[in-house]
Structure formats: C-alpha cells, structure tokens
Design a protein around this ligand. Structure first.
Ligand code: SF4
Length: 262
C-alpha cells in the first residue's frame, strides 16, 4: 500500500531552509560564476533588486550542483592531486595578484578546485548537465558562459591551464574540455566587469541586451521587472542604504584605480 504523506512534515522545512540559505547573502560584489551572463542581470543582483523566488525544485537543483563539487573535491583529495579546493577569490586572498584584482574589480567568489596532474596545475570548473545538454556540449563544446567563468578564474589566479569537467546527470558519463589562458578573452571580461561596476557604483543599470524571448531572459530572476518603465525607481527608493552597502563592500584601491581611469 502506498503511504504518501498528506500533511507534510519534513519537505516544507527543507524548502524553507534552502530558501533562507540563499536569501542570507547581501553582496554588491561580482561573483565569477555570473560573468558569462547578462550585464543588466548582474547589476540588478548587485543592487539588491528583488528576484523572483526560485521554486523548491530549482533550489534543489542548485544543491545538487554543490554536492557534485563536494564529491569531486573528495575524489581529487583521495587521488592525491588536489592542490586546493575552493580557492578563495577576494580582497583577502593570500596570492597578492589575486587579492589586488579582486579589490579593483570588486570580485568575490571561489574556484571549484585546483589540481596538479603530471606536474601541471589546472583550474577545474565542475558542471553537471542533463543528457541533451551534455551531448550538445560533447558536440559543440561547453557553453560560452562556462568558458567565460574559466577564463576569469585563470586570469584571477594566473594558473594558465583550465579544465571544464561535465557530468551527465542522467547517465553519469563524464566529458572534459581543456582550455589555455587567453589574454584577449580575459581582457574582454575585465572590460565587462569594469562597465558593470561603473553602472552599479553610479546607482544605475546597463541597457537591455537580450530579447524578451531569449534563453537568458526566460530563465532570469528579474524578467518581471527588467522592462518596466520605472525599473530604476527601486534604486531611488533604496539609494541611501545602497550607497552605505556599496561603500562598505568596496576596497579603497577600487576608487584609486577607477579615478586613474585604468
Ligand atoms: S530580463 Fe533579460 S535583459 Fe533583463 S536582466 Fe534579465 S537577462 Fe538581462
């Protein structure tokens, strides 16, 4: 006999816990994982625009991604190839170059892992994908947004070799894609970051760059407000609080760097 609970005891508590975990982070900085996405979307997140709530299923998909990271970090550690799991990328990073770049670009995040294989260091980007998407990547290569993320990690750490490791969620098949550091590519990303920061620090938004029916807009948490006529009203109403928050989360080196027009 099937005994499916009618008055749910545990599931609502799990969903509410996951939702709370996500809404606890109030950051006006840029996370490297965002970099391949819409500039306006990144700026809206930095300026704390209210996002559409993720469904419980979407929250669990994110958690699944996180647990994949833990699993592979543990494999790398046991294989004896792990150099660092989740290398911090922020103004307090031990590596001086990384710390400086994070200050002047207002970046805060972490890598998935760094491994050493046959004497070579690699930045690792871990992804999981459904069967269709996995096979598309095998055919055409990883999504541009994944490549952007990896190039940004390589730029910030100065580790010149990168691998994107993708696990098929339906079959557990693996695919790996290797990339060398590309200065032109990272230069374009730095330019994009500076532009986004300029908008955010001026309490404004970059223009719309995607069509409403595009993939990017369809899955964007700001799609219901992005095209509203008075979209920047939210910023005006919260300007004082936002300015305090931005100042608190910006290193003095950032202002020096932008003043010099770098
Ligand atoms: S709705 Fe589209 S254009 Fe607007 S922020 Fe989201 S992704 Fe960008």
């Amino acid at each position: 006999m099937l005994l499916l609970a009618v008055d749910l005891v545990l599931i609502p508590k799990i969903y509410s816990y996951l939702q709370k975990q996500r809404t606890n982070k109030i950051l006006t900085t840029i996370s490297p994982w965002q970099i391949g996405h819409c500039s306006r979307q990144i700026a809206m997140a930095m300026l704390q625009f209210p996002q559409e709530r993720l469904t419980p299923q979407q929250l669990l998909v994110f958690e699944h991604g996180n647990s994949m990271h833990d699993r592979y970090q543990s494999y790398f550690e046991k294989m004896g190839i792990l150099v660092a799991k989740e290398l911090p990328l922020n103004s307090k990073s031990e590596n001086k170059w990384t710390s400086h770049q994070c200050k002047i670009l207002r970046i805060r995040g972490r890598t998935d892992a760094v491994v050493k294989v046959d004497g070579v260091d690699y930045i690792i980007e871990l992804k999981s994908a459904k069967d269709k998407s996995f096979n598309n990547m095998k055919r055409y290569g990883p999504y541009e947004s994944y490549r952007d993320q990896l190039q940004l990690y390589m730029f910030l750490t100065q580790i010149k070799n990168g691998l994107i490791l993708v696990e098929n969620k339906d079959t557990q098949e693996l695919a790996e894609f290797d990339f060398d550091y590309n200065e032109d590519h990272s230069g374009r990303l730095v330019k994009k970051i500076n532009t986004i920061n300029d908008y955010v620090m001026n309490l404004s938004l970059p223009p719309i760059e995607f069509k409403a029916d595009s993939f990017e807009c369809t899955y964007c948490g700001f799609k219901s407000i992005c095209r509203q006529k008075d979209v920047e009203k939210y910023i005006k109403e919260n300007a004082v609080w936002l300015q305090v928050l931005l100042k608190a989360q910006t290193h003095p080196d950032y202002f020096k760097y932008r003043k010099e027009g770098a």
